[in-house]
Design a protein around this ligand. Sequence first.
Ligand SMILES: NC(=O)c1ccc[n+]([C@@H]2O[C@H](COP(=O)([O-])OP(=O)(O)OC[C@H]3O[C@@H](n4cnc5c(N)ncnc54)[C@H](O)[C@@H]3O)[C@@H](O)[C@H]2O)c1
Length: 426
Amino acid sequence: MATTTVTQTPCDVKNLELADLGKRRIEWANQSMPVLQSIRKDFIKNQPLKGLRVAACLHVTTETANLMITLRDGGADAVLCASNPLSTQDDVAASLVRDYGIPVYAIKGEDNDTYYSHIMAALDFKPQVTMDDGADLVSTAITKRKDVVGEIIAGTEETTTGVIRLRAMAKAGELPYPIIAVNDALTKHMFDNRYGTGQSTIDGVIRCTNTLLAGSKFVVAGYGWCGRGLASRARGMGADVIVTEIDPIKAIEAVMDGYRVMSMNEAAKIGDVFVTVTGNKNVLSKDHFAAMKDGAVVANSGHFNVEIDIPALEKMAKSKRQTREFVDEYAMGDGRKVYLLGEGRLINLAAAEGHPASVMDMSFANQALSLEYLVKNHKSLEKIVYAVPTDLDKKVAKLKLEAMGVKIDKLTPEQEEYLASWSEGT
Ligand SMILES: NC(=O)c1ccc[n+]([C@@H]2O[C@H](COP(=O)([O-])OP(=O)(O)OC[C@H]3O[C@@H](n4cnc5c(N)ncnc54)[C@H](O)[C@@H]3O)[C@@H](O)[C@H]2O)c1
């Protein structure tokens, strides 16, 4: 007999009946998040977030669930909405509501209006702190919900694109409160963006196409933190990796790392799989689609779905159909077919599960510690974007090493003195 799950916790999720699966998967991820676990223990004891209203706009994944539980256990009244219409794991959303009493507004595949209505619903909780991944919460608050901005004391931002947007807001004098750029912590972007995006983007491409990467020409647009990770993982799978860049220094780095570097106009003619990870727009555009081989696969792993000029692809195509889940086939007038994955949205979250928990452990440890820091220090902060304090960043690295059972050396007093001196060491 079918059962109907009811809950007192406010929410808009796909189906609360999915909660059993979500709970098991949240617990599975927790096992790989020892740093967050140790912060959670401390939060339970010391209640640093007691009574704090926190609105988080993050990818609704198993790892995010563990962050939300940590905040709740630290005393926060936390609410969660999606930071991307396609990244929500519906079972996780259901479990957070039913099993952990955390309000969630997120449904995988929601349309644009629902996406923004969910952000509005999170803002209805009148947060004192915002947690963003891409800055949609802050930008919606200042453009459409000025009524709630006054109560917000501070916020955090998870990703490169969000940090860029918030720095632009600060420059224009429009940032309403101080933000900590979690992305800029070394223990975030050096690991999450590089190894997390590298592995999970390949996972997304493979899950939705089942394509063989060995021997394929794999084009990576953008050789930043994510691009480096993606290129190295694609090479590890046996692909012939081609990099495109606009920054001469990054381009030299890619050359010296052993990749072919060329313009996208050249790469478009020879690539089998194209992945954009630039944070920029129209990196793959009309002329590139016109030059691509029959069967070319295009995907994006950058934050917004503007890296591939999808309107141009729609215009050029004679017809379009879905061939597999998350694979749209665009048939061109000349008979060629171009395949767009995951509607051009972050492919690692649209078609796979996002980053593995052990790397999100460090990113979300930075989020939790930054929140605690903001609660203590917000009065002395200006309305600008701050880096994560170095001691917090180092603390996350130390805890991660401890959890991995890795020991490192300590400077001896003699070495400390030497490094602080002009001496040659004789
Ligand atoms: N998929 C995920 O889970 C995930 C995770 C982290 C970050 N991100 C997003 O990925 C994007 C990249 O992040 P990052 O940390 O690597 O940033 P980054 O700034 O380190 O690298 C971006 C690179 O793209 C290059 N670039 C810009 N325009 C270009 C163009 N037209 N052609 C080729 N290269 C171009 C830049 O020169 C730079 O080297 C951002 O949108 C970020 O928010 C996604």
